[in-house]
Ligand binder design. Structure first.
Ligand SMILES: Cc1ncc(COP(=O)(O)O)c(C=O)c1O
Length: 393
């Protein structure tokens, strides 16, 4: 067989302003080129403790059970559902976005029954609807998406939601993939039983090691299961042998990804989590002000606007694909189109982690204005740029 002719790796230099991955900080990239040690090396065991402590800080939790799951956000998500849902369990899941649909799949594969609590796409769950559904269906688990990447909606009133679930003795699972490290999230104060996230959003890490935290109450359910977790790889009672006291082999941890996550979390700790939330709010707020001054609007109401993901509604005459292609080809900027019910109607613009910087949003507003103008949309690019600059002061 002829030897494949594959050239040197030279990826284009993109500005990542989509729904993830976000820009990776140079310090994180450097950490990934440091030498490997074994996954049971005493130095790595020490580093595991550090990663767990840093993760607790970012999640605002004292949960002992706080680990990076090997794999992308979906692996952490599936770990939560596979472990906390037993065959025959009822799980309330949100019907207001793409990620709720993935929850339905995962609940079914764990042997549970998902009951969808509906809300229009682009709106959060209404706590009254959750209360009604809980009273009718007596759920074992109530799941919600704190930051919906498909719609740019932040779920407000989380403490009310967890109180409803706990009144019914249900555990609460929160998808915090697009909020951890960028949007206010207080796992302990808000009484969340399990929260999972990913590296490549507001933590600005390459995907591959995904944060998960669980309360002792949630872990009591895992340890008291009648039937083993259906996934061997994601079974927390087995993973505990590696991430718990013993530090015994379960699988070979993705060492380089754990290095990267550690460095990304060190950056979070240096900045301070609350200051980081404020930076996201200010920089994304400047972007929002810019597109609004241009004459556009966001899909989400101001009340539940999600700084880390802005779904910009497009004028009907604009072809979303053409705008996305033009931003990539002419400006080297990545943004994404809508998913599901919002397909073709919105542009999804991320403002996450190391991407959430003033220069980036200014560049994006200018490029977006040019691309929309070329599509025949009526946009006031100068007003957009002026409003963005004001928002950054
Ligand atoms: C809210 C949310 N949950 C879960 C996931 C799944 O994460 P991953 O693609 O890293 O597997 C995503 C991915 O974008 C997401 O946005």
């Amino acid at each position: 067989m002829e030897r494949p002719r594959v050239g040197e790796l030279t990826p284009p230099d993109r500005l990542l302003m989509g729904p993830g991955p976000s820009e990776v900080h140079p310090r994180v990239l450097r950490s990934m080129s440091t030498p490997l040690v074994g996954h049971l090396d005493p130095s790595f065991v020490e580093l595991m403790d550090e990663v767990q402590d840093l993760l607790r800080c970012a999640f605002r939790t004292d949960n002992e059970w706080t680990i990076p799951v090997s794999g992308t956000g979906s692996a952490a998500m599936e770990t939560a559902f596979a472990n906390l849902v037993e065959p025959g369990d009822t799980v309330l899941v949100p019907g207001s976005g793409y990620l709720g649909e993935r929850m339905v799949e995962m609940v079914a594969r764990a042997g549970g029954e998902a009951v969808v609590v509906d809300a229009p796409w682009g709106e959060p769950l209404d706590t009254a609807d959750v209360a009604d559904a809980a009273a009718t269906h007596h759920p074992d688990v109530v799941a919600f998406v704190h930051a919906e990447t498909s719609t740019g909606v932040r779920q407000p009133s989380v403490p009310e939601l967890t109180a409803i679930a706990h009144d019914h003795d249900a555990l609460v699972v929160a998808d915090t993939v697009t909020s951890l490290g960028g949007v206010e999230l207080r796992v302990d104060e808000w009484d969340i039983d399990a929260a999972y996230a990913a590296g490549q959003k507001c933590l600005s890490c390459p995907p591959g090691a995904s944060p998960l935290t669980l309360t002792d109450r949630a872990m009591a359910k895992v340890h008291g299961r009648d039937e083993p977790v259906r996934s061997w790889y994601l079974d927390l009672s087995l993973l505990g042998e590696y991430w718990g006291e013993e530090r015994a082999y379960h699988h070979t941890a993705p060492i380089t990804n754990v290095y990267a996550l550690r460095e990304a979390l060190r950056l979070v700790a240096e900045e301070g989590i609350e200051r980081r939330w404020r930076r996201h709010e200010q920089v994304a707020g400047a972007f929002k002000a810019g597109v609004e001054a241009m004459g556009l609007s966001l899909e989400a109401d101001d009340e539940w606007w999600l700084p880390s993901l802005n779904a910009v509604s497009l004028p009907s005459e604009v072809d979303d694909g053409a705008v996305i292609d033009s931003l990539l080809a002419e400006h080297d900027i990545e943004v994404a189109g809508g998913l599901g019910a919002l397909s073709g109607d919105v542009l999804r613009v991320g403002c996450m982690g190391h991407s959430a910087r003033p220069g980036n949003v200014l560049e994006l507003v200018a490029a977006l204005g040019t691309a929309l103008d070329a599509q025949g949309a009526t946009v006031d690019v100068a007003a957009g740029l002026a409003a963005t600059r004001r928002g950054l002061l």
